[in-house]
Write a protein that binds this ligand. Structure first.
Ligand code: NAD
Ligand code: GLY
Length: 344
């Protein structure tokens, strides 16, 4: 098992390894004087891992209640959020009690936002069960729900009290969902770490999960500790995301987030003539991720601009110079269409 410690507005450990779920109760017991735990999960994940999690918490002396919502991004909304808050209140969770988010990024974002706001904030533990959640959404304290006008438009910064990443849970992930998470893993290699990138090139989808997840989490930990509230260095984590979001939104979200990010990374790499573009395109293809789209630059731009990361008349593009070296480049909106066109 590997431990990565985050020192941000709250200090917490991220534990990464095999066979960790049965240890959740004991580990949660060390966090303080909580008596009650609400496990928040969804209808795909809870039947797989809900029992081991609730048994472990009950064996450690916690009174356990579970809130299980229908799986899917479309349920990461205000209605589910309010129902969850109400469930917490009906079950009389107090400020010293705990929430456990058991699932992928949808569950983590929803449960994290509820934890940030219920009784003005109670502690929570992230138990990520997708690769994306393990390397990205469970770490760093961002949480959100979607509004009818866009994704992740209501949320908060609130760090968890612990992240428990049992890599055995990834064994039940559908191959396509695992592949989507790989786009984020490759992103870390391009942004910060040529050694990680080379490992992924050599091993492909059979990469060493414990090493790779730990390395991605360390890299994200460093960024979060430098820029917890996302005003500078943390923006780099959006590599491929602004243009990828345009592609994803234009597809009416039928194209997955991971595939859209992959296309976004490919477009910016080609457009800025990164010296390592051939390696970047090759690794995305090696992982079965797309590197091109039929959409026009005009359409991609239109949908990309609905992205909330836009500020005033420019957007901050993250551009790779080489593997392990990327820059934040403020780009005027009126230059963006020709930039995208150059990368198609
Ligand atoms: P998800 O939570 O919807 O999980 C993807 C699919 O995998 C779902 O169908 C789910 O039921 C299933 N699943 C989850 N774990 C499983 C397992 N172990 N075995 C079998 N099936 C399993 O989506 P995701 O890709 O994990 O996360 C996407 C969400 O994360 C988006 O809402 C996005 O906005 C958010 N996100 C947040 C941050 C952040 O910093 N807070 C960062 C990136 C993404
Ligand atoms: N997923 C981007 C961030 O945490 O900032």
């Amino acid at each position: 098992m590997n431990t990565v410690t985050v020192r941000a507005s709250r200090q917490y450990d991220i534990l990464i390894g095999k066979g960790l779920l049965p240890r959740l109760g004991t580990l949660a017991g060390k966090l303080g004087k909580a008596r009650k735990v609400c496990v928040v999960s969804e209808t795909t994940v809870f039947p797989l891992y809900g029992q081991v999690v609730t048994d472990s918490l009950a064996a450690a002396g916690f009174c356990v209640v579970s809130y299980v919502f229908p799986a899917g991004e479309e349920r990461k909304n205000a209605q589910t959020y309010l129902q969850l808050l109400n469930f917490l209140a009906e079950n009389r969770l107090t400020r010293s009690d705990l929430i456990v988010a058991l699932g992928g990024g949808v569950t983590g974002d929803l449960a994290g936002f509820a934890a940030a706001t219920y009784l003005r904030g109670i502690r929570f533990i992230q138990v990520p069960t997708t690769l994306l959640a393990a390397v990205d959404s469970s770490v760093g304290g961002k949480n959100a729900i979607d509004l009818p006008s866009g994704k992740n438009l209501a949320g908060a910064f609130c760090q968890p009290s612990m992240v428990l990443c049992d890599i055995d849970t990834l064994n039940t992930l559908p191959a396509e969902v695992f592949r989507d998470g790989c786009a984020e893993v490759i992103k870390y290699g391009i942004l910060y770490d040529p050694v990680l990138f080379s490992h992924l090139e050599q091993k492909g989808l059979c990469f060493d999960r414990e090493y790779v997840i730990t390395r991605c989490v360390e890299l994200k930990r460093d960024v979060v500790m430098e820029d917890e509230f996302d005003t500078g260095a943390r923006m780099k984590l959006n590599l491929g995301h602004t243009i990828g979001h345009g592609v994803e939104a234009k597809s009416n979200f039928t194209l997955s987030h991971g595939k859209s990010v992959s296309i976004g990374i490919a477009i910016v790499s080609r457009a800025c003539r990164c010296v390592d573009t051939p390696r970047i395109l090759a690794i995305l293809q090696q992982f079965g991720l797309p590197i091109s789209t039929e959409e026009s630059a005009e359409d991609i731009l239109f949908y990309a601009l609905s992205d909330k990361k836009r500020s005033a008349d420019q957007v901050s593009l993250i551009l790779p110079n080489a593997i392990g070296d990327c820059s934040i480049v403020p780009t005027p909106i009126d230059q963006l269409e020709s930039f995208i066109q150059a990368g198609l």
